[in-house]
Design a protein around this ligand. Structure first.
Ligand code: XMP
Ligand code: MG
Length: 188
């Protein structure tokens, strides 16, 4: 869906489809050189990472496999608590694999920090993280990120997989949602 269709709900377009695809191609070249000769397992975190997974995986000139996880974070006061529940686990064994976690956004970093801890016990040969977006001003834990698409301001954004109330995921851009759309506290 084009951003023009929901222009009234959006404050700012942060990233255009062209900026996103250019950056994803750059990151794909880095990943290719880091994982040359390997067949990595890409693990997408549902549901926000669907678009970045689709574009990154098709850009990569590497044989690869894809799998998905769904997690929910128990929040307090609209903030991620770092206590995470696995709603859907991987169908693929990680043992001996080069694993690349593909994320849409790292906000506080708590969800990813938990996920990394969980993954570390599963015997992967290597574990890397790619996130399209990072909010440096919101991060409360230091999480090692291997590939970061863009640093963005600490504002609630939607589009390119990211939602508010499960809407706006199909926007081709990443945009700041007008606070009056959600009213009060920024949602999770
Ligand atoms: P933490 O704080 O654990 O949270 O790094 C990561 C998860 O929070 C959601 N999130 C957002 N979703 N726009 C969204 O649509 C945002 O600006 C935003 N910030 C955080 C998202 O589900 C992410 O995986
Ligand atoms: Mg969400």
């Amino acid at each position: 869906m084009d951003t023009a269709d929901v222009q009234g709900d959006l404050e700012d377009i942060l990233l255009t489809p062209e900026q996103i695809s250019t950056r994803i191609a750059e990151i794909a070249r880095e990943i290719e050189s880091d994982l040359e000769g390997e067949t990595p397992l890409l693990v997408g975190v549902l549901r926000g990472a669907v678009m970045v997974m689709a574009d990154l995986s098709r850009e990569l000139r590497l044989p690869l496999e894809m799998d998905w996880m769904a997690v929910s974070s128990y929040g307090n006061d609209h903030k991620s608590s770092g206590v995470v529940k696995i709603l859907k686990d991987l169908d693929t064994a990680m043992e001996g694999r080069h694993v690349l976690i593909v994320e849409d956004i790292v906000d506080s970093g708590l969800t990813l920090s938990w996920l990394l801890e969980n993954f570390r016990s599963r015997g992967a040969q290597s574990l890397r993280v790619m996130t399209l977006l990072r909010k440096p001003d919101a991060m409360t834990v230091d999480v090692p990120l291997d590939y970061v698409g863009f640093d963005i301001p600490n504002k609630f954004v939607v589009g390119y997989g990211l939602d508010y109330a499960n809407r706006y995921r199909s926007l081709t851009s990443v945009a700041v949602l007008k606070p009056e759309v959600y009213g009060g506290n920024p949602p999770e």
